[in-house]
Each structure stands twice: as C-alpha cells, then as structure tokens.
Ligand binder design. Structure first.
Ligand code: MSP
Length: 472
C-alpha cells in the first residue's frame, strides 16, 4: 500500500481563517480525499502557529492571556474547517505540550551537535512576517507583504548554522531530490541559492516571552518559525528522536503559497539536514488571491471570510468557487460579483440544472436511472490521475465542466424534450448516455464536492430530483 502524507502551513492564530487559508486547506483536502479513494494510506495534517510576538500582541489587544486567546482562536479555526467539510487526520497546535517537548529536544540536539551558537543580531524585523528582512527584500524601506517599515532590532541571540547547507540544498533542488513545483518556483529558488549567500539564522528571542524556552538558556525563547516547522513531524506524534521517525515520514507534498516558499526551502530543510532526517519529497506552491485587484487585508476591509461564502453558496459551492479561482501556479482575482456569477453559471445553471433536466426527462419515458444501460458511463473525463499528480485542480474542474457544457449542447441539439414524445426509443438511448455521464461526473467531483457527489449518486439511485444549487 502506498502512503500519502500531505500538509498545509500551520496558520497564525492572530486572526481567524480567511478565504486564502481556506483555499490551501480545501486544496489539501481534495488531494487527501483523492488519495484515500485510490487506496493510499493517507494522512492530512493541518494546524495552528500559536507562539511569537504577533500572537502575543493580538492576545494583549483582546485583553486575554496568550493561552486563552489561542484556545479561543483554535476553536474558531476548527469550526471553519468542519464547516468546509475538511477531512484532516491531524490538527497540530504549537502550544500542545508534546510538541513543545519535542521542540526542546531538537534544540538540545542541535546545540549538542554544535549547529547552534551564541551571537549578536542586528537587523530589520517585520513583526507581521515574524522574519528578519534584508535590505533587498524591502520596497521603499517597507516590507512588501505588509506595507510596514520593519523595526530595527539588536539583540543577543542564538544562531543556527544554516549557511553550511547552501550547496547541499541547491544540489537537492536542482536534482529534484527536494522537488519544488511549479517549475517557475523551483527556478526562483535556484537563482536565490546561486546569487545570494545563505546566512546563519537567528533562532531565539530574548524579548519575546510567548514561546518555547531554549533548554540550554532559559532566558531565550525559540524563534517561532523553527518551532512551527517542527509541527510537520510532531503532528505525526514524533517525540524528537531522529532515529525514530514516524512511518508516514517524509511528507509527499507540502502545500503553501508563495509567501512562505523561501523559508520552506532554506531554514526548514536546513534543520532536517542538521538532524539527519530525510527531506519532504515535494513543496507545491500556489498563487495568491487578490480581491478586486487589491491585496486582501483587514485594514482595507476587503477580506472575504469563508463563513460568508458558505452562507451564500453552501459548502460545496464555496469549495468549488475557491478551487476554480486559482489556475496552476498563478495568482487569481476574486470579488463577490465574480463569485456570484460563477456560482450561477457553473453550479446553478450548469451542474445543478443538468442533473435536474436529465432526471426529469428520463422520468417522462419511464427510464429508471439506476437501470439505464449506460449508467456505468463511458470514460469521457480523461487523465484525471495525471492532472492530480500535476496538482492541476482547477484544470480538472475545467475538464469536468467541459462535459457539462457538452451535455447541455447535446440536449439542445437533439431537442430531447421533444424527442421523448416523438421518438421515445431514441430518447431512451440518448438519456441513458447522459445518465452515464452524470454518474461519471458525480464520481469525478467526489474529492472536490463530496456532498454533491453523494447527492448525485442518491438521485441516480432513487430517481428523486432534489435541487443541488439554488440560484443566488
Ligand atoms: N504560520 C506561518 C506558516 C508556518 S508553517 C510551518 C504562516 N501563517 S499564515 O497564517 O500567514 O498562512 C500563510 C498561508 O496562508 C499561505 O502560505 C497560504 O497557504 C495561505 N494564504 C494566506 N493568504 C493567502 C492569499 N491571499 N491567497 C492564497 N493563499 C493565502 O505563514
């Protein structure tokens, strides 16, 4: 039996889940469901990044203790994922005691092996990113992600000897031992490794209380990113021993957007190399949503929240709309207007209407869907497996929707509503083919729209029509 281990980033708990987080989580869910269907031993991990300055500042603002604040936020994320029918197997919070213990073990090992040393750091720190920035990374002196000037920080801290892994990491990326997809993202990292000298990274903070303390110097807490990366191991109940790795290790794919590609292809594999642990097989990097052409941000007041989408479009409607809004490796722009139009065109008038129409016509000539001769379907939707291997989720949906459009045209061309009266024998043949196609569409969309797939299978079995996607 093949195994399939997939992860999402663990999200910061300073705010609740927005549609960008929901996109990554739904995409991972689609892969996990697909791999379960093809019989792989599948584990899907997601979770929350709860330590660090950004979270403790948010807690302070809300008047709660950091732990109390995190607990409340964790409930809100869990609720959001339940609502979106996310089938994660693990949910790792970095404040879990077992995780904290394993992180401390790792820190001790890295210290004992002399991969960590004490030094003095001076740099520009963006609290929003929880990262030091180099001057080249800033635009007009500001962090391009957050439009904020980073703070100058100077502090005694501990460093991890990342610089020594430059060549090894570059080789592994070039030779696809550590795969980065799409190709453009791989090339971006190759040129980074070729043009910039990898620096040692600071892995501790003296002034941040809300974190895991270093076992060899309790006056420091662990840098939030190092703590966070280890979730991918502790989420499988790993206890910190590099000789005792979980069976599911390494991740087959780690899903994320481009904002955190750099850290995931430098610090993260660097730590693993230092520990002598095999690297993830693949990072898959997707694009970013913008809203009406603008960065999604609370201060601009343009954030689209998943629960608002679920209220309007239903669970499967939301899953469909988010997945089909990002083409392979590209950014995508969304707005309420575009989402509503797409929902009505593809789901209400598209899939929903097709199913209703075909079942309705079949009933007119007494064709029992379940006994229709072609109900098993001819394989029209080709290469789904290949598209899944290539992470082309929107492209799979496009393939399926081509068949829906084909079926609509077929009904129009054949004037099936007349044919059931004038030539019931021919109508029976045509409708059988359409029922077969619907059954096949129902199967193809299972990982994307699990509830709709189940409903279609029920409709085909019982012949009872139920509205799939009411117009909005
Ligand atoms: N806590 C870190 C990750 C640590 S992983 C060891 C973090 N958290 S985050 O809450 O900022 O989440 C970033 C991720 O959320 C992105 O990589 C992406 O998966 C998702 N997205 C956040 N905004 C997004 C968009 N506007 N569009 C698409 N995905 C987005 O970074």
């Amino acid at each position: 039996m093949k195994k399939f281990y997939i992860t999402t980033p663990i999200y910061y708990v300073n705010d609740k889940a927005h549609c960008g987080h929901a996109y990554t989580t739904i995409a991972a869910d689609v892969f996990a469901r697909y791999h379960r269907l093809i019989g792989d031993k599948t584990f899907f991990l997601t979770g929350l990044d709860e330590h660090g300055q950004k979270v403790s500042q948010a807690a302070e603002k809300s008047g709660k203790s950091p732990q109390g604040f995190c607990d409340k936020q964790a409930e809100s994320f869990k609720k959001a994922w339940q609502q979106l029918n996310i089938s994660n197997n693990g949910f790792l919070r970095t404040t879990d005691k077992e995780h904290e213990k394993a992180v401390q073990k790792v820190l001790q090992i890295l210290w004992d092996k002399k991969f960590i040393y004490k030094g003095q750091y001076q740099g520009l720190y963006c609290v929003e990113c929880e990262q030091y920035k180099t001057k080249n990374q800033l635009i007009n002196g500001k962090c391009p992600e957050h439009q904020k000037e980073p703070e100058i920080m100077s502090e005694e801290c501990y460093f991890f000897k990342l610089s020594q892994f430059q060549k090894e990491l570059l080789d592994k990326i070039i030779n696809n031992i550590f795969i980065i997809e799409p190709e453009s993202r791989k090339n971006e990292m190759i040129s980074f490794f070729k043009n910039e000298k990898l620096q040692d990274v600071s892995i501790s903070r003296k002034n941040v209380q809300w974190g895991i303390s270093l076992p060899f110097d309790k006056s420091h807490t662990c840098y939030v990113w190092l703590d966070a990366f280890l979730n991918y191991l502790t989420g499988l109940c790993w206890e910190g021993d590099s000789k005792k790795l979980p069976d599911l290790w390494p991740p087959d794919v780690q899903l994320m957007a481009k904002d955190i590609l750099r850290v995931h292809s430098t610090i993260w594999p660097g730590i693993l190399l230092a520990l002598g642990i095999s690297l993830p097989k693949k990072l898959f990097i997707h694009g970013f949503f913008t809203i009406n052409g603008q960065k999604m941000s609370k201060s601009l007041g343009n954030v689209i929240w998943p629960e608002q989408m679920v209220d309007k479009f239903g669970v499967d409607g939301t899953r469909y709309l988010l997945i089909s809004s990002l083409s392979y490796g590209k950014d995508g722009d969304i707005s309420w207007q575009k989402l509503t139009e797409k929902y009505n065109a593809d789901l209400a008038n598209g899939l929903g209407n097709l199913v209703g129409r075909v079942i309705g016509l079949s009933q007119k000539i007494g064709l029992q869907p379940v006994t229709a001769p072609n109900a098993a379907g001819k394989i029209r939707i080709k290469d789904l497996d290949k598209l899944f291997q290539e992470f082309k989720l929107k492209e799979i949906l496009d393939e399926v929707w081509k068949q829906i459009n084909w079926a609509d045209k077929f009904i129009e061309k054949k004037k099936l509503w007349d044919l059931v009266k004038t030539n019931p024998e021919q109508a029976k043949k045509d409708l059988s083919e359409l029922l077969g196609l619907i059954s096949e569409i129902g199967k193809a969309i299972t990982p994307f729209l699990p509830e709709t797939s189940e409903k279609i299978s029920q409709i085909l079995k019982t012949g009872k029509i139920q509205a799939l996607f009411p117009r909005v």
